[in-house]
Design a protein around this ligand. Structure first.
Ligand SMILES: C[S@@+](CC[C@H](N)C(=O)[O-])C[C@H]1O[C@@H](n2cnc3c(N)ncnc32)[C@H](O)[C@@H]1O
Ligand SMILES: Nc1c(NC[C@H](O)[C@H](O)[C@H](O)CO)[nH]c(=O)[nH]c1=O
Ligand SMILES: N[C@@H](Cc1ccc(O)cc1)C(=O)O
Ligand code: SF4
Length: 474
């Protein structure tokens, strides 16, 4: 077995590292039992309730296994009442446009210093930048395989601008590099085009384009007075269909100050999400947890998402992102000694299900957790199992080792094995197709060019041609 994380990490409690950052020790006026009773009665939970459930009581050290099971059981029951026994997944691909980024987030090993991408640089790097034409070709190939969605998140390449007008504005600064993180495309070996060019290139053949995180939207507006709605409207006109709610990390500024001081703050992230929804786009929501934060920070983060959803209603799902630590600056510099334990993964999914009473879907991730633990998370409150993705760079570069592709047959076998119903979904969950496990072999049918033929990853896509190999033993 090639574990994606240190098996010894299972005993770690998220509160172990509190003192290092001056974060307050989690404690509330609420009791675990009372919070559990509220969850059982279906009452709306407070942030303090969520803190107690995530900690299995702030009055005791570590995670109490009996209390944990009580939380998971309630969440599993709530999932069944709210969304039934279906487990959804989407036929999608990831297309990261560039790994060039100078933002310097300490949890991220996806990015490469943008200087290495300059035309006159002889620095070695393992990164890439794709032209719009290359992005289109990758999406076209995936469409032919039956794919429905392209999920595209990228580094904040200094030459990326929203459109030509944005290039002009950025060029007009006295010192564009230091004032607005801008260098012209001519400085680089490969020109990524503009954000509008990339979205137009990927918006082909009726595919659903899921792209432009709040951080990318900030980059697409830097140095201008454009608001987020204006930026997202321009992108929607170019073919953008929905926006990923990554860049959320932990939506508490004292945590962002430690792990991503170069990123937008919580208020700005919320403003970007509101801008996307005002422009008519659906969004997803995420939380990347298990690094320096406490359970109280996780609870506060869930509060930010629930408030946002109360105001907008445009969040289709919550995607917990379990921190993958091995190759990251946070781990290499000794700031953390692991990612979250499996107990913590289970509690995050369960408390998300119980607390986020206005978000229908909670995702389990085989990329982050592997197949076996991903299936376990589907019994802790989750009802979605991601997508076929074909290639994965973010988790892989951070040290994750659970592969980059799952076929429809893999999905059907896994979901049927836990007694649930496999369902192919659209990105927005509005279109679904129940799959009969006995009627294989299985392939996508919702994609614009899908005819039910089983998907095989193209070896040139960078995907593991034998997606099972990475997970066969987990
Ligand atoms: C790599 S960024 C790419 C998009 C864009 N640069 C941004 O930050 O929004 C996308 C997301 O990947 C997630 N991510 C990055 N490194 C990770 C890691 N080591 N473990 C888990 N998730 C990670 C973070 O939540 C991050 O917001
Ligand atoms: N959880 C991860 C995802 N999830 C994205 C989904 O596959 C899909 O794009 C979304 O549900 C919208 O339909 N993607 C990754 O690349 N890595 C993950 O860990
Ligand atoms: N989960 C995000 C997309 C995403 C998540 C994690 C990643 O590492 C990359 C992309 C979404 O569905 O909106
Ligand atoms: S998370 Fe995004 S913004 Fe931060 S360093 Fe990685 S690619 Fe850049």
């Amino acid at each position: 077995m090639t574990p994606a994380r240190d098996p010894d990490a299972t005993d770690r409690d998220a509160t172990d590292l509190d003192d290092d950052f001056g974060f307050a020790e989690p404690s509330t006026d609420q009791s675990f039992e009372n919070a559990l009773a509220k969850a059982r009665d279906g009452d709306r939970l407070s942030v303090d309730d969520a803190t107690e459930l995530l900690a299995t009581g702030t009055d005791t050290e570590g995670i109490d296994p009996v209390r944990k099971e009580a939380v998971l059981e309630l969440a599993d029951r709530r999932r069944r009442e709210e969304v039934g026994d279906e487990v959804t997944f989407v036929a999608n691909l990831n297309n990261n446009v560039t790994t060039a980024c100078n933002t310097g987030c300490l949890f991220c090993n996806f990015k490469d210093s943008a200087h290495a991408f300059e035309a006159d640089s002889d620095a070695d790097h393992a990164g890439f930048t794709k032209t719009p034409a290359e992005s289109r070709e990758i999406v076209e190939d995936a469409l032919d395989m039956g794919v429905y969605e392209v999920c595209s998140v990228s580094g904040l390449h200094p030459a990326l601008a929203l459109n030509e007008e944005h290039h002009e504005i950025l060029r007009s600064y006295d010192d564009p590099e230091s004032e607005v993180n801008y260098k012209p495309p001519s400085a680089y070996a490969t020109d990524p085009g503009t954000y509008v060019d990339q979205i137009e290139a990927m918006s082909v053949g009726g595919i659903h384009v899921h792209s432009m995180t709040p951080e990318e939207a900030y980059h697409a507006a830097r140095g201008t007075d454009w608001d987020y709605e204006t930026v997202y409207r321009e992108l929607a006109a170019a073919g953008l269909d929905s926006a990923p709610g990554t860049a959320a990390e932990i939506l508490v500024d004292e945590v962002r100050d430690v792990i991503c001081p170069g990123k937008i703050r919580t208020d700005d992230w919320v403003a970007a999400m509101e801008g996307a929804m005002a422009a008519g786009l659906d969004t997803t929501s995420t939380m990347m947890y298990g690094h320096v934060e406490t359970v109280a920070h996780r609870a506060e983060h869930l509060g930010v998402i629930r408030d946002l959803q109360d105001r907008t209603g445009g969040i289709t799902e919550f995607v917990p992102l379990s921190f993958i630590h091995q190759n990251t600056p946070l781990y290499r510099h000794g700031v953390v000694d692991s990612g979250p334990s499996r107990d913590e993964d289970e509690l995050v999914v369960a408390v998300a299900r119980l607390f986020l009473d206005n978000v229908d879907h909670v995702q389990a991730s085989w990329v982050k957790s592997g197949d076996a633990h991903g299936l376990k998370l589907l019994n802790c409150g989750a009802d979605d199992f991601m997508g076929t993705i074909l290639s994965e760079e973010i988790t892989k570069r951070a040290g994750g080792d659970y592969g980059e592709f799952r076929s429809f047959d893999d999905y059907v076998d896994m979901i049927a094995a836990i007694g649930r119903t496999p369902v192919e979904r659209s990105t927005d969950y509005r279109t679904r197709r129940r799959i009969d496990p006995d009627d294989g072999p299985h392939g996508p049918r919702l994609g614009p060019r899908a005819d039910g033929t089983p998907m095989l990853p193209d070896s040139s896509s960078g995907a593991d041609p034998d997606g099972e190999s990475a997970s066969a033993d987990d």
